[in-house]
Design a binder for this molecule. Structure first.
Ligand SMILES: [Zn+2]
Length: 199
């Protein structure tokens, strides 16, 4: 610590960022002090995000469009019969960069985890059901994380969607590209065998 309250406060705030420990926070603080122009631009960017970024009224992705819709929901060339359900807005960026998907999205903003107080009412599940009831979706792809919370969420949504007669799929789970079978854990290998496909 600098023993200077205003600098120590900045170190403290920076150290709260994911992946930034106290040492890195001190280095970043030094960098900001030595680069006032960068500090001003950073402050202005943070202010713009705070002022302009909101959640899309339809899919709950981030947007700064004045009409409240994100660039994906506004795009008439996307497949409006296909929906991909994700946990967080950043998951959309990942799927988009794959270039393999042309449908719409719905962001839950978390996954069901009763132990951590994440019950279905805390997620964007009610508006998801509303969209599905009033839209013309043919297929819902569950692109949630491959963990206990993701599994619980898929199970819950599957039960909720049963009466809608919409095809429900989940991203294939198994061995990552370029990996060696010797190093795959039992659970992953179990899933890879259960989800095996024709060659
Ligand atoms: Zn949207």
């Amino acid at each position: 610590m600098f023993k200077i309250p205003s600098l120590d406060k900045l170190v403290h705030e920076l150290s709260r960022l994911p992946g930034v420990g106290p040492r890195s926070a001190q280095r970043l603080t030094h960098y900001l002090l030595k680069n006032p122009e960068f500090s001003r631009e950073l402050r202005s960017s943070l202010q713009m995000v705070e002022d302009n970024i909101k959640l899309c009224e339809t899919c709950y992705n981030y947007t700064d469009n004045n009409d409240g819709l994100c660039f994906i929901c506004k795009n008439p060339h996307r497949n409006h019969e296909l929906m991909c359900v994700v946990e967080q807005p950043e998951d959309i960026l990942q799927i988009e960069s794959s270039g393999a998907y042309q449908g719409l999205y719905h962001v839950l903003h978390g996954a069901i985890s009763p132990l951590e107080g994440m019950t279905p009412d805390k997620l964007k599940i009610a508006p998801l059901m509303e969209r599905l009831n009033h839209g013309s979706f043919q297929e819902i792809i569950m692109a949630v994380d491959s963990d206990l919370e993701g599994d619980t969420t898929v199970l819950y949504l599957h039960q909720q969607l049963e009466s809608l007669k919409i095809r429900v799929t989940r991203l294939a789970q198994g061995i990552p590209m370029g990996s060696d079978i010797d190093y795959i854990d039992d659970r992953t290998l179990h899933r890879a065998l259960s989800h095996r496909t024709e060659v």
